[in-house]
Design a protein around this ligand. Structure first.
Ligand code: NDP
Length: 244
């Protein structure tokens, strides 16, 4: 998708791999200055080689204090992509406090924290902004083993709406993208059972999962002025799954 983000500064979380990494590359190619935030420093080193000039930040977003230290003084940000998440699979009956707490800290609490930091900066500068939360179609439907993960994405649906409601008067838009399986490291892990994966794919009207590029394109659309009147909403990138 050809969009021009020249003159804007974007922050992408979970920038080291998968959807986040390709989002950084697309924003960089579209002229934005990009702050790339992730947990594994080697990923940032290789990304900085591919995208000269990006600002790498290495932090565990599940750690509130470390995140405040790393991003509290990050400076002006116009576009935010809250993409970092973990998919920790456990049957509901065996779900542990540790997995539940970790999942909510990374997948939900960090969205609140990073968005607060960024939105406060936008409001104090008096500039418009756009925030995209990378959610999932499992915000709306679920599968065995995903009780906790699905719950975090369900929470993102309401957090997106609440943020849109309170930040709208400041001309800050907040939306989500909700993909089906994308065969990143995370997607491969979640759909590792070939029988389950085949049956799941066949239940999609388009008989396929989503490509990373499809998700990135929807993120860029929601970040851009092309979606100027869209807020508190979500784009399904689900190959039709929710229609089935
Ligand atoms: P990947 O696991 O491929 O990449 C996730 C990235 O987020 C990695 O760079 C990872 O770093 C980083 N990250 C994870 N936890 C933290 C943390 N605590 N602090 C900082 N960075 C962190 O995932 P995807 O690209 O597939 O997923 C991206 C988003 O898309 C997620 O929100 C996911 O829930 C959503 N999604 C994915 C789907 C899929 O099938 N892949 C389907 C629907 C939604 P590291 O590897 O170093 O931990």
């Amino acid at each position: 998708m050809k969009l021009n983000f020249k003159g804007l500064r974007a922050l992408v979380t979970g920038a080291g791999k998968g959807i986040g990494r390709d989002t950084v590359k697309a924003l960089h190619a579209s002229g934005a200055k990009v702050v790339a935030v992730t947990r594994t420093s080697a990923d940032l080193v290789s990304l900085a080689k591919e995208c000269p000039g990006i600002e790498p930040v290495c932090v565990d977003l599940g750690d509130w204090e470390a995140t405040e230290k790393a991003l509290g003084s990050i400076g002006p940000v116009d576009l935010l992509v809250n993409n970092a998440a973990v998919a920790l699979v456990q049957p509901f009956i065996e779900s542990t406090k540790e997995v539940f707490d970790r999942s909510f800290k990374v997948n939900v609490r960090s969205v609140l924290q990073v968005s607060q930091i960024v939105a406060k900066g936008m409001i104090s500068r008096g500039v418009p902004g756009s925030i995209v939360n990378v959610s999932s179609m499992v915000a709306y439907v679920t599968f065995p083993g995903l009780a906790t993960y699905s719950s975090t994405k369900g929470a993102i649906t309401m957090l997106t709406k609440a943020m849109a409601m309170e930040l709208g008067p400041h001309k800050i838009r907040v939306n989500s993208v909700n993909p089906t399986v994308v065969l990143t490291d995370m997607g491969k892990k979640v759909s590792a059972n070939p029988d389950f994966s085949k049956k799941l794919k066949e239940r999609h009207p388009l008989r396929k999962f989503a490509e990373v590029e499809d998700v990135v394109n929807s993120i860029l659309f929601l970040l851009s002025d092309s979606s100027a009147s869209t807020s508190g909403s979500g784009i399904l990138v689900d190959a039709g799954y929710l229609a089935s």
